[in-house]
Design a protein around this ligand. Structure first.
Ligand SMILES: Nc1ncnc2c1ncn2[C@@H]1O[C@H](COP(=O)(O)OP(=O)(O)OP(=O)(O)O)[C@@H](O)[C@H]1O
Ligand SMILES: [Mg+2]
Length: 227
């Protein structure tokens, strides 16, 4: 039986600011299954980043429920943070590394949070840097790396605790097309070799064409799906 990795039911999100409330997601329901590679596409401002932040437990929906890995989410923030750190990898368009940390120390952050020994952190982070082809810059500061290298560090960090779900929000959005393709190649390899369920938000038709399914978001609603 195929496991349901993400089961979102009627989720809505409203932002409040300047005395105004804006609903940016309206009753979205969707499922993502184990080993899928799903692309999320749609116009700028349609709610894609808002949606994947909810699925990745970086924010909470106003209404609706999200089940991950077949289970209802725990109520406590602490328990949710633990799931976010240990079972979900999140890759950002702007990398979000700690600039004055080395590549290795950036990759080690989730291991540190999870309480692993310094020795294990170094060993495991080095393995992940090797996986993304960056062993030669392990001790360079993140701020001294190119955009493509920083994104590979971001991917290594996202994978270091072997998450079942990897979410990438426009992972190639800040990169030239050749570098972007090298990042997609790494993500495709992770998906096929490690079997990680992959969700990629993208504006690129080329990237979306690599997915097994595409979900289109328009005005905060699921506007269509394509296999
Ligand atoms: N923290 C916030 N506070 C208020 N409004 C927000 C916030 N984050 C996003 N929005 C609004 O929610 C809507 C959806 O934004 P979102 O970032 O999810 O779109 P997107 O589809 O990811 O767009 P893009 O393709 O440009 O990244 C936009 O109108 C945006 O202005
Ligand atoms: Mg976005």
């Amino acid at each position: 039986m195929v496991m349901t990795i993400v089961d979102a039911h009627n989720i809505s999100k409203t932002y409040a600011g300047n005395g105004q409330k804006t609903t940016v997601l309206h009753d979205i329901s969707l499922r993502i299954y184990e080993h899928e590679f799903v692309a999320i596409v749609g116009p700028s401002g349609s709610g894609k980043s808002t949606l994947v932040k909810l699925l990745g437990l970086l924010d909470k929906p106003g209404r609706g429920t999200i089940k991950l890995f077949g289970e209802t989410l725990p109520r406590s923030d602490k328990a949710q943070s633990r799931i976010r750190n240990e079972q979900i990898g999140f890759v950002f368009q702007d990398y979000r590394l700690i600039p004055h940390y080395s590549a290795l120390d950036n990759v080690a952050v989730p291991l540190k949070i999870a309480g692993y020994s310094r020795g294990h952190q170094k060993k495991r982070a080095a393995e992940l840097l090797k996986l993304v082809g960056l062993e030669s810059v392990a001790h360079h500061k993140a701020s001294q790396l190119s955009g493509g290298q920083q994104q590979r560090v971001g991917i290594a960090r996202a994978l270091v605790l072997q998450p079942k779900l990897l979410i990438a929000d426009e992972p190639t959005g800040n990169l030239d097309s050749a570098t972007g393709e090298s990042i997609m190649k790494i993500l495709r390899t992770i998906h096929s070799k490690l079997g990680t369920t992959l969700v990629v938000v993208t504006h690129s038709a080329e990237v979306a064409a690599q997915a097994s399914r595409t979900i289109t978001i328009r005005d905060g609603r699921v506007a269509g799906e394509q296999l």
